[in-house]
Design a protein around this ligand. Structure first.
Ligand SMILES: CC(=O)N[C@H]1[C@@H](OP(=O)(O)OP(=O)(O)OC[C@H]2O[C@@H](n3ccc(=O)[nH]c3=O)[C@H](O)[C@@H]2O)O[C@H](CO)[C@@H](O)[C@@H]1O[C@H](C)C(=O)N[C@@H](C)C(=O)N[C@H](CCC(=O)O)C(=O)O
Ligand SMILES: Nc1ncnc2c1ncn2[C@@H]1O[C@H](COP(=O)(O)OP(=O)(O)OP(=O)(O)O)[C@@H](O)[C@H]1O
Length: 511
């Protein structure tokens, strides 16, 4: 892979991003691109972005960077080619795609956004596409990034949607590994930070939106959050929208700005209250639901919905009524890539999503669910589903909340616990630089104590043990918020943590 200075300048000019360019030498070719001085090699085009310090440019130059792209001119860059732009994130995304030779052109890309269900729906789609493509599908999710089928092609993600240079690097890697399809999650931050600027998807899916990710370092307002999420549809050839989402009209019109109505698909559960007079294309209904499994029936309603050929019954071994809706989005998205009903039906029976609705059973105590629910909407959806499945026992929830972000979640947890839980064991999540006890007290301030018994057990492992030990066989114990996280973010350090599933299993074994 390489990029020469003429291509850089042309591309930036075409997109009206170039302010000035001062070339150090006439002909310059870049063999590497980087936004981190620690990874710079000779002949690197270096990007100065974010909370950047000029000293990083000195480091980059010393390591062999020959040019830098930046919104500001730096003395530290004297002797290098300086490429000054109006928007570094957009420039980085465009140049990243060009450097890696537009790998997106060789991939059928299915992209999900939504406040909740992105990871789950992406795993469902990945499972279906694995069957359909005979294992030639990549996955960029919050949990894992999978760029091939060898063990070394699978690694943990640091962000839901990677920084643009990493994104295009990994796409190229996937294409070189023979991948033909990509399933990816696109966070609202990805649009806020232009990590996916210029990227188009074959299919874009909008799952739902509820207030979240609003605050310092995220979105200033809900309107900004909604706008960022809608950009996924604006950049998709075909759009699938969950018609049960809040703000449907706004979302539909965003899709319509660039996509013909014939290519916009709406789905909803049978009997759902759809808030605008639009015709559904696909509907679904539950036919059998237990704590372990969901059976549901999908029906095409409109001519284009029927043309997807997704009609029929499906079996999902990831419980939760909300997961039926996630599965329908995956079925429709895969159908648009040419997947057959049989492939989708077969794949969904075996699909597993790490840290989502994981179940651990015990003999003399309750059934334990480990789930990534970490805001009001998800905890409410999770607990109300579990509540409908248990007539006798109590719902015991172990939960904390993150520090220095998503502060509104604390109130949301208090509300969801008041509405659906019997016992809340307040504990530590990822406290960052905050005191976890104070976070727990903030959750507690929103709990209705006439309905919910509250305990504080700040060590998460002890909290889990306490919850399991206090449970009776017909109780349900929910370990919420961390999914399969193997760390706790404490004072800027990812402190190793055994995972909720491991601790739950160990506790059960030791009982
Ligand atoms: C607010 C935000 O978007 N921050 C992201 C951003 O940070 P940044 O550009 O300021 O980078 P930085 O780490 O402060 O460093 C500044 C620059 O100096 C460079 N540097 C640094 C040290 C050095 O020695 N040399 C050097 O060159 C860094 O490589 C970087 O380019 O770029 C970094 C990668 O380059 C990201 O890790 C970081 O995400 C932060 C950690 C984060 O957690 N963001 C969250 C809010 C996020 O994006 N979440 C969404 C999911 C939530 C949702 O659904 O919306 C996601 O997609 O994951
Ligand atoms: N469609 C849905 N509606 C409401 N809640 C959901 C839905 N799907 C999943 N959930 C709940 O949200 C939790 C997180 O799900 P998932 O990881 O799939 O969402 P996500 O959009 O990737 O979340 P995040 O942005 O927080 O990573 C699940 O563990 C489950 O409790």
């Amino acid at each position: 892979m390489s990029l020469d200075i003429t291509q850089v300048v042309t591309l930036l000019r075409e997109h009206d991003l170039l302010t000035t360019v001062n070339t150090a030498v006439a002909q310059q070719t870049f063999q590497h691109v980087s936004y981190n001085s620690k990874t710079v090699q000779p002949a690197t085009l270096f990007f100065c972005k974010g909370n950047f310090k000029p000293a990083y440019l000195t480091d980059a130059k010393t390591a062999g960077a020959t040019a830098y792209v930046s919104e500001t001119q730096y003395d530290e860059g004297n002797g290098m080619t300086s490429i000054i732009v109006t928007n570094i994130q957009k420039a980085m995304s465009l140049l990243g795609a060009a450097f890696y030779d537009y790998p997106q052109n060789d991939l059928f890309i299915i992209a999900f956004t939504g406040t909740k269900g992105k990871t789950t729906s992406s795993y469902f789609t990945y499972g279906i596409e694995r069957t359909h493509t005979h294992d030639r599908v990549a996955l960029f999710s919050t949990i894992d990034r999978i760029v091939g089928n060898a063990p070394e092609d699978r690694f943990k993600s640091d962000l839901t949607t990677p920084e643009s240079l990493d994104l295009f690097h990994d796409m190229r890697h996937a294409v070189n590994n023979g991948m033909t399809h990509l399933v990816m999650e696109v966070s609202s931050q990805a649009y806020k930070k232009d990590r996916v600027y210029g990227l188009h998807y074959n299919v874009g899916i909008f799952l739902n939106i509820t207030p979240d990710h609003i605050g310092e370092n995220e979105h200033p307002t809900f309107a900004d959050y909604l706008h960022c999420k809608e950009q996924l549809l604006v950049n998709a050839d075909k759009c699938i929208i969950n018609a049960e989402t809040d703000h449907l009209a706004d979302i539909y019109y965003a899709a319509k700005t660039t996509t013909q109505p014939e290519d916009i698909y709406l789905y909803a559960r049978e009997g759902a209250d759809v808030s605008m007079p639009l015709k559904l294309d696909v509907t679904f209904k539950n036919t059998n639901e237990t704590l372990h499994q969901s059976d549901f029936q999908v029906t095409g309603l409109s001519p284009k919905g029927r043309a997807l050929k997704v009609d029929g019954s499906y079996e999902l071994h990831v419980p939760g009524d909300f997961n039926e809706s996630n599965a329908v989005s995956a079925i429709m998205a895969s159908a648009l890539s040419g997947t057959s009903y049989d492939d989708a039906r077969t794949a969904l029976t075996t699909v597993h999503v790490p840290g989502r609705m994981e179940m651990v059973t015990s003999q003399d105590h309750g059934t334990i669910y480990i789930d990534y629910a970490h805001n009001y909407a998800s905890l409410k959806a999770l607990l109300s589903f579990l509540r409908t499945q248990t007539d006798a026992g109590r719902v015991i929830v172990v939960v904390g909340s993150t520090g220095n972000k998503g502060v509104s979640r604390r109130q949301g947890f208090g509300k969801a616990l008041s509405e659906e839980a019997d016992v809340a064991i307040l504990t530590t999540d990822d406290p960052a630089f905050e005191d976890p006890k104070k976070i727990a007290e903030e959750i507690d301030a929103h709990i209705d104590h006439s309905r919910v018994k509250v305990q504080y057990v700040m060590d998460r492992k002890t909290a889990i043990q306490t919850a399991i030990k206090m449970s009776d066989p017909d109780d349900i114990v929910v370990l919420a918020g961390k999914g399969e996280d193997a760390y706790q973010k404490i004072k800027g350090v990812n402190t190793p943590y055994a995972t909720d599933v491991t601790i739950a299993k160990q506790t059960v074994e030791e009982l």
